[in-house]
Ligand binder design. Structure first.
Ligand code: IMP
Length: 195
């Protein structure tokens, strides 16, 4: 069965297919099917934004549809940047600029309070219109000096104490196993395949 992923990012689709191996599902990006709707992600939660995406795509194709929404939540900043992670500091700012803003905002925060979470919510709509959401998280500490070249986004400043490295220092296999996205994807597959 097709699982349409509300994304144009083929890397995401490949990662999902790795996890779906051995099941009846094959993930396909909406873009590869020529589906490219205007989507206004204006909800106030990760789950809300993921639901907006799946509902929009489900109105076009009645297959299984999934979408994710993720971000970095910093405890000392009441969860910011959260759903605004990609747009933090302005749509076109670099991650160096985003890091600098975070370092400025956290300059008076003691090391033990520089805690943060990566959060990933996934929403699924089934052909019959029923929906579910799942959420995966990973806990970390924001370091003052970016470290590592793997991954993307906030990975160089997100240190995971259990592994004594940032998510940018992890090889992709390890990151996929322990990450917010990996955990949410596994929960989604468990719900989809095993009910
Ligand atoms: P999206 O949900 O894939 O659009 O991700 C939203 C934003 O959250 C990204 O642009 C990054 O800024 C941040 N983000 C989400 N997941 C990760 C991650 O695994 N590493 C680093 N940054 C992330």
């Amino acid at each position: 069965m097709n699982l349409i992923v509300a994304t144009g990012n083929e890397d995401k689709v490949r990662e999902i297919n790795e996890i779906l191996k051995g099941s009846d599902f094959v993930a396909i990006s909406m873009k590869s099917l020529g589906i490219n709707p205007e989507i206004d992600e204006n909800a106030d939660s990760f789950e809300g934004n993921a639901l907006i995406k799946v509902r929009t795509v489900h109105s076009i194709t009645q297959d299984y549809v999934m979408a994710d929404d993720s971000g970095l939540c910093i405890d000392a900043l009441n969860g910011a940047p959260g759903i605004f992670s990609a747009r933090f500091c302005g749509e076109n700012s670099t991650y160096e600029e985003k890091f600098k803003k975070i370092f400025d905002l956290l300059k008076d925060v003691p090391a033990e309070k520089r805690t943060a979470q990566f959060v990933c919510a996934i929403a699924v709509v089934k052909p019959d219109g029923s929906e579910f959401t799942v959420r995966g998280t990973v806990d970390g500490i924001l370091v003052e000096t970016p470290q590592g070249n793997n991954g993307f986004g906030y990975d160089p400043i997100f240190y995971v104490p259990e592994y004594e490295m940032t998510t940018a220092q992890m090889d992709p296999e390890l990151k996929n196993k322990i990450s917010h996205r990996g955990k949410a994807l596994n929960q989604m597959v468990a719900k989809l395949v095993h009910k």
